[in-house]
Design a protein around this ligand. Structure first.
Ligand SMILES: [Zn+2]
Length: 467
């Protein structure tokens, strides 16, 4: 913690501010946060050893309380009461979304140990994928808070500053032009610290130019938004020659941020950009360290494996499926869960932290383009964008089937036949295959329920594999 962060700690005793004496729950959070401050420097072997101790508890609990896992573990010849070895672990089949989609209640543990707090429900949504429900406990939220504190610590954020966020907000309370004003940064920071104010703007009804106008009035130190939105804000900031002198850092959330987006954002505001890789159903997966910009796996929260097509762990430089096991969710543990993302394993980070490194997070399976030749790749942000053939305001590219691509456009006027022909050629050359291309004109391309905008989506059946 920085001097400023410690100085802002709330004391439960009004006459004792130095050192502060936090009340019970904040003290527990601080305790967890301080342990994270130590364990991040352990060796990979030390971290893995502690993870397997915790995994034993998860497996035994799942075996005793969830019939699906009892069957699975028996079939794999694993007896949780005897402890699990890394070798045995690697024989356990992967869990995929469709294993529990629509039958979430069968994955709710019959009993939850004391101390795990209240049961709650988390809904996840995707733009093409069906939503799933996941049950969580108070302890899951507790750890979410502790890792949020770690993220603030790694990036040395000044809690006295103003935090502005532009994201999906339920209801009508944060509409342009006013947005929503708050006195604090909200949980978990305000649980522990005195903070500056915050404000929020609902993304789904606010044009990018209006967002910039709102930001110029807010004068925040920190801006939190989705990568696709940040990219548009950055481009407009550059083209209009705007400046936001108060801004200290851009924080990204909710979508995969590629290198191009990160670079344009840095260029637009000349500030550090911090990305976080998380998913509703499992919490924080990886956070970026300030020193190198590497993504460090949050090993105290999850056991994360990056697995190649043959089911083997990837080495640095290799890309594979992200497979996640929750270490603290005893309401609905997810064990060897293929979350649907791909990531590239990185070399150990020069910052010295022992937490494993991901060099890149790649798109979801549904963001992957598949050529009829079987080749597949993730179109990077903006790579499918049409040049200025016509006034195009918004674009989304959809793979309908193995031969057919739909280009959705929001335009000032429909394209002429010649312009469509020109656009078709551009798309085909960018995709590297002679797809059948159709154009669909829309008034607006909506973000998904979670506020995400996906530039490319595939409607091909999901190619997740279950062994
Ligand atoms: Zn690092």
């Amino acid at each position: 913690m920085t001097f400023q962060q410690i100085s802002n700690l709330k004391s439960n005793i009004g006459t004792t501010v130095f050192p502060a004496i936090p009340s019970a729950y904040p003290s527990m959070l601080l305790s967890a946060f301080h342990q994270l401050g130590k364990s991040q420097w352990w060796t990979p072997e030390q971290i893995r050893g502690k993870q397997f101790q915790q995994l034993n508890h998860v497996l035994l609990h799942a075996y005793n309380n969830i019939p699906f896992y009892r069957r699975r573990l028996k079939e794999a010849g694993i007896k949780p009461a005897k402890g699990i070895t890394a070798k045995k672990w690697s024989t356990l089949p992967f869990l995929v979304r469709r294993d529990f989609q629509g039958k979430e209640d069968e994955f709710l543990a019959k009993s939850i140990p004391d101390g795990h707090g209240e049961l709650s429900e988390i809904k996840t949504s995707g733009s093409t994928a069906e939503p799933i429900r996941v049950y969580a406990t108070g302890l899951v939220h507790f750890f979410w808070s502790a890792f949020t504190l770690r993220d603030h610590d790694w990036h040395k954020r000044d809690f006295n500053g103003k935090l502005a966020s532009i994201r999906h907000i339920k209801g009508n309370k944060a509409q342009y032009p006013g947005g929503m004003d708050m006195k604090t940064w909200g949980d978990p920071v305000q649980t522990l610290y005195h903070t500056g104010p915050a404000s929020a703007l609902d993304i789904k009804r606010t044009d990018v130019i209006d967002q910039l106008e709102w930001l110029s009035r807010q004068k925040p130190e920190y801006l939190l938004t989705y990568p696709s939105n940040a990219l548009e804000l950055a481009k407009l900031t550059i083209s209009k020659g705007l400046t936001f002198p108060s801004l200290k850092e851009l924080r990204l959330m909710g979508e995969v941020a590629d290198k191009k987006t990160l670079n344009i954002c840095k260029q637009a505001w000349n500030i550090p950009v911090a990305d976080a890789y998380s998913a509703n159903e499992v919490g924080y997966i990886a956070l970026q360290c300030q020193e190198q910009g590497n993504y460090h796996i949050q090993s105290e929260n999850l056991y994360v494996e990056i697995i190649d097509d043959k089911g083997k762990p990837c080495a640095p430089g290799e890309t594979g499926k992200v497979v996640v096991t929750t270490l603290h969710n005893f309401a609905m543990p997810l064990i060897r869960y293929q979350i649907g993302d791909y990531a590239e394993v990185g070399e150990p980070c020069s910052c010295g932290r022992g937490l494993p490194v991901l060099a890149r997070i790649l798109g979801r399976v549904r963001n992957m383009l598949v050529l009829p030749t079987g080749e597949k790749y993730w179109p990077s942000s903006g790579s499918l964008a049409l040049p200025n053939i016509a006034p195009i305001k918004q674009q989304q590219t959809i793979q309908k089937d193995s031969e057919h691509i739909e280009v959705r456009l929001v335009v000032g006027r429909p394209l002429t036949r010649e312009e469509e022909e020109q656009a078709r050629k551009v798309v085909i050359s960018k995709l590297g295959y002679d797809f059948k291309i159709s154009f669909v004109y829309l008034d607006k391309i909506e973000r998904s329920a979670g506020g995400k905008f996906e530039e490319f989506m595939s409607e091909l059946p999901q190619m997740s594999t279950s062994r």
